[in-house]
Design a protein around this ligand. Structure first.
Ligand SMILES: Nc1ncnc2c1ncn2[C@@H]1O[C@H](COP(=O)(O)OP(=O)(O)OP(=O)(O)O)[C@@H](O)[C@H]1O
Length: 320
């Protein structure tokens, strides 16, 4: 049986801003009915890619198809079928939350009940406060509600939970999971690895405009060894410590530098590896602050692929 067409198909996408190559021959697929996370550090090209899929930017090279349509040429047909939550703004500054939501609902043929979204996303607390005076987290919630109110088949959410407090973040995750159960496809960008690991059926890792890894969170974190040893020391490592530890452990494991005071060992990380790391510390006069066995995370995957840490944004205006 032929597989259903992808909800999003990006082929050979190239996007530049002047001399800056923001998206570099990117190919990616989003299967219908999934939550797919696009993960990458600041400036990786995630928002540019999403905005191209949403029809806000025209591909400079390559093609983008969303629900089988061209997001620019077929914009009118596509708009009622997709929901878009922008990273910031998306509302005029004086509007009140519920007023905005009712306005957007009125543009759709069969909107969700506004009261339901107001209740689920705690928007009643926004009262008569104009949009520009809402906290970052409140603006995020309103953005999500606005994206959902038209019952989209496909939802694009850019950093949906940045600036949300933990309780609302969980509510948002539950909402996205309920939508998936109803067959809605979600494409989300995020810096929060926990978010991608918890929610995503499929993860695309992007760095410098290129796709560097793709798979389910399980495939990505389990490939090449599921377990890790994390060594954090009290003072910066002596020079050549990673190479020296690598020699001590042998080729079956991989030693990666996280920062001046922490190293990650991946591979058959077990009690024997722990013992060897411990012995190496003793031989080199290194005092461990912690030495832990654990599972490989998406953060570790990114570090191993790029040699850099995928840092989280500082939660600006994190008060819900
Ligand atoms: N309108 C623009 N004009 C010029 N450069 C831009 C513009 N928008 C984005 N860029 C640059 O293009 C690159 C990719 O940006 P983009 O916003 O797509 O990345 P991102 O992965 O979404 O980053 P973030 O996580 O910080 O939102 C960055 O170097 C950014 O500074």
């Amino acid at each position: 049986m032929p597989s259903p067409p992808p909800a999003v198909a990006v082929d050979g996408l190239v996007m530049r801003y002047g001399d800056l190559l923001a998206v570099d021959h990117l190919d990616l697929r989003v299967e219908a009915g999934t939550i797919t996370a696009v993960l990458g550090p600041n400036g990786a090209g995630k928002t540019t890619t999403l905005e191209t899929c949403e029809g806000y930017r025209r591909p400079q090279t390559g093609t983008v198809r969303v629900l089988g349509l061209d997001p620019v040429r077929d914009r009118r047909a596509l708009l009622p079928r997709i929901g878009v939550m922008l990273q910031a703004g998306g509302a005029w500054s004086g509007v009140r939350a519920e007023e905005m939501l009712r306005h957007v609902a009125a543009l759709h043929a069969d909107p969700l009940p506004v009261g339901l979204l107001v209740e689920r996303l705690g928007l009643a607390e926004c009262g008569r406060t104009p949009f520009r005076r809402l906290s970052g987290g409140q603006q995020q919630r309103l953005g999500l509600a606005t994206a959902l109110v038209g019952r989209p088949e496909l939802l694009f959410v850019d950093e949906p939970t940045a600036g949300m407090d933990p309780a609302i973040r969980r509510t948002t995750w539950e909402l996205l999971e309920e939508l998936r159960a109803d067959g809605v496809t979600t494409v989300l960008t995020t810096h929060y690895l926990e978010e991608a690991e918890r929610l995503a059926d499929h993860v695309h890792v992007i760095d410098r405009g290129r796709l560097i890894a793709s798979g389910t969170p399980y495939e990505l974190t389990r490939a090449g060894g599921a377990t890790t040893v994390r060594l954090v020391v009290t003072k910066p490592f002596p020079p050549h410590a990673p190479a020296s530890l690598q020699t001590a452990l042998g080729p079956a494991t991989e030693v990666t530098t996280i920062n001046a005071q922490s190293l990650l060992v991946t591979g058959p990380a077990d009690a024997s590896t722990l013992a060897k790391v411990s012995a190496w510390c003793e031989q080199h006069g290194v005092l461990p602050e912690s030495l832990t066995l654990g599972q490989r995370t998406l953060e570790d995957v990114f570090l191993q692929l790029t040699g850099r840490v995928l840092t989280e944004p500082t939660p600006s205006g994190a008060a819900g």
